[in-house]
Structures are given as structure tokens and as C-alpha cells.
Ligand binder design. Structure first.
Ligand code: GDP
Length: 327
């Protein structure tokens, strides 16, 4: 039975990846930060019905010795580094913490593997945010980066450290440049989940308004369930590499709102209000990925349409609020 170590196991991708790897017969060891409210952190794993099957262990990306100890204890065959301060907007308030966790944290894991478990295969969760102010209309593995937030700068450090460890030490280290991917398990602070949660609350009469920032930004949104499969495929290749993972379709926040509100028969223009304090200091206006390489080399293709994903997210948020109201 192969063993994997997943950082960020309590997040959206950690939950879906755990589910995927458990089905493949892996022993899944999930690293989480110790915290006083840890009774809540397993929520996503519980939602997928796998909380009891994932071995949750304490560790921290900014504590190199904790990473080395985990690698020595569990001897994973594959390490998926999904842990990060992952919310772009928060990265302006805590730029250095973001650098420590999202950037140096990945470097720590690479160093820990190099020291304690050099045969392990490594996946780095890189991000389309690294393209930032885009240099080409469709972004591929060859497109130059132009990060637009402390988060993206930190992710770029992690990306290049992954490439560098691969080239310098022959490590099986791959970087997945994943475009935005969403699901009912997306954090509530991200715009898609904020919208679908808002739609559910408005539909159920709990509120009337949904405050949002820039509605003109465009994102290439896929489903997290599809995207974790790409992570695994990268580590099954003989040679490590970098891959863009995207749907090839870009949609505005405004259009996402229209889709989500119309799913429950509402008009978004009656409810969405513009809040200036939700506008970011620097914006990534548009992202559109070209996953041709992932299709050709990994055989990966997205299976969920944006429309189906929006419907799934709205329905999940309606169900959550209905269940809560009955209590
Ligand atoms: P990101 O692409 O990783 O930053 O994912 P987000 O879901 O946080 O943001 C996607 C886009 O939605 C960005 O261009 C934001 O400026 C825009 N946006 C507009 N209103 C909001 C809002 O209320 N919350 C968030 N998170 N993003 C918003």
C-alpha cells in the first residue's frame, strides 16, 4: 500500500485529494497545524465521509524539524504540498506570513525531502495567480510570470524552488500550475463560494444583499474534484515536470453571479451591491489557461462544466442553510 503525505489536508483540495487517494488504496497521512479549535478543522473531510480514514498528524510548514520527523516516521512515497496561506486578498494584510508559509514553507518541505526522504515524489500546488498581469492571452507552461499580490510572489518562489530542486538534485518534483478550482468545499471567502452561499441565504430569506468587489474580473474556473486527479497523474509520470491545469474557458464574476442567482430563479442585479473596500490594491483582470500539455502527456481533461458546478455549489449551500435552520 503506497503512503502519501498531504499538507493542507483540511482545505478544499486536501479533502478531495484524500478521497481520491483513499479510493486508490493509499494510506493517507494528512498534516495539519495544531490549533485550539481543531474540532472544526476536519469539517471538509467529514463532509466527504473520510474523516476517520485520514491519519491526521501535527506539523507545520514553517517548522523544518517537524517536516523531517514526519517524513522519517511515515516514509511517504508521495508528498503533496497543498498547505498555504491561500487567500489572495489576505496576503496584502499579512505579506510576510504569506511568504513564510506559502513560499518558504514549500522550500522547507523540499529541503526536508532532500534530507530525510529523497526518493519521495513531490507535488507543489502552484497557481495561475503567478501569471498575474498576463503576458499572453492564453497562459501555458511557457508564459512568463508577472505576480500581482504577495500571495503570487510567494507561490512563484515555491514554484521555482520546485524546479530548482528537480534540476539540481534530480528530485521527482513537479509543479501543477492550477487555475482557479471550486466546489461546495471552497472556502467561504473566495468569490464563487461567497456568491453561492449568498444566493442560498437570499433565497431562504436570511438576507437581501450580497456585497462584492470587482465584477469584471475573469477567471478560468474548474472543479476541484477534476483538478486533484491531475495532481496524482503528475506524480505517476516517469519524469517530473510542470503542467498547466485549466478548462480553457474564462468567465466574469458578473456572469458567475448571473448563473448562480438564476439557478434559484433570482436576478442578481436585484441583490449584488458593490463595496469599494472589496476592491484589491492590484487586480488580476483575466486568467485563461491552456492545458494542452496536461491533455497530451497526462491524458487529463476536465469533466465538470461551469454550469453544473454552479448548480452543485448552490444546491449544497441551500442544503447547509436548510439543515442549520431546522436546528
Ligand atoms: P483568486 O483568483 O485566487 O484571487 O480567487 P478569489 O475567488 O478570491 O477572487 C477571484 C476574483 O473575484 C478576483 O478578481 C476578485 O477581485 C474578485 N472579487 C470580486 N468581489 C469579490 C469578493 O467579494 N470576494 C472575493 N474573494 N473576490 C472578489
Amino acid at each position: 500500500m503506497p503512503t502519501c503525505l498531504i499538507t493542507g489536508v483540511t482545505g478544499q483540495d486536501g479533502a478531495y485529494l484524500s478521497h481520491f487517494l483513499l479510493e486508490k488504496g493509499y494510506r493517507v497521512v494528512g498534516m495539519m497545524r495544531r490549533s485550539a479549535s481543531s474540532d472544526l478543522v476536519g469539517e471538509r473531510l467529514r463532509w466527504l465521509g473520510i474523516l476517520q480514514e485520514v491519519e491526521l498528524v501535527n506539523g507545520n510548514l514553517i517548522d523544518l524539524s517537524s517536516l523531517i520527523r514526519l517524513l522519517q516516521t511515515y516514509q511517504p512515497d508521495e508528498v503533496y504540498n497543498l498547505g498555504a496561506q491561500s487567500f489572495v486578498a489576505a496576503s496584502w494584510d499579512q505579506p510576510l506570513l504569506t511568504g513564510q508559509v506559502t513560499g518558504i514553507g514549500a522550500g522547507n518541505m523540499l529541503e526536508a525531502i532532500r534530507i530525510a526522504r529523497p526518493q519521495a515524489r513531490f507535488y507543489q500546488a502552484s497557481s495561475s495567480e503567478m501569471f498575474g498581469r498576463i503576458q499572453q492571452p492564453r497562459q501555458t507552461e511557457q508564459t512568463p510570470f508577472y505576480p500581482r499580490s504577495p500571495y503570487a510572489v510567494a507561490k512563484l518562489y515555491a514554484h521555482w524552488m520546485t524546479v530548482n530542486h528537480r534540476e539540481s538534485f534530480g528530485m521527482h518534483a513537479s509543479s501543477g500550475i492550477l487555475f482557479n478550482h471550486e466546489s461546495p468545499l471552497r472556502g467561504i471567502e473566495f468569490v464563487t463560494r461567497k456568491i453561492t452561499d449568498g444566493v442560498a441565504r437570499i433565497k431562504l430569506g436570511l438576507t437581501r444583499e450580497l456585497p462584492l468587489g470587482n465584477l469584471e474580473a475573469m477567471r478560468d474556473w474548474g472543479h476541484a474534484r477534476d483538478y486533484v486527479r491531475a495532481m496524482w497523474l503528475m506524480l505517476q509520470q516517469e519524469t517530473p515536470d510542470d503542467y498547466v491545469v485549466a478548462t480553457g474557458r474564462s468567465t466574469s464574476i458578473r456572469e458567475f453571479c448571473r448563473l448562480a442567482f438564476s439557478h434559484v430563479g433570482l436576478n442578481f442585479e436585484d441583490h449584488v451591491v458593490s463595496h469599494l473596500d472589496l476592491i484589491r490594491p492590484a487586480e488580476v483582470d483575466v486568467l485563461l489557461g491552456d492545458a494542452t500539455k496536461a491533455g497530451r502527456k497526462l491524458g487529463w481533461r476536465p469533466t465538470v462544466t461551469l454550469e453544473d458546478m454552479v448548480a452543485e455549489m448552490v444546491e449544497a449551500d441551500l442544503a447547509r442553510h436548510r439543515a442549520r435552520l431546522k436546528l
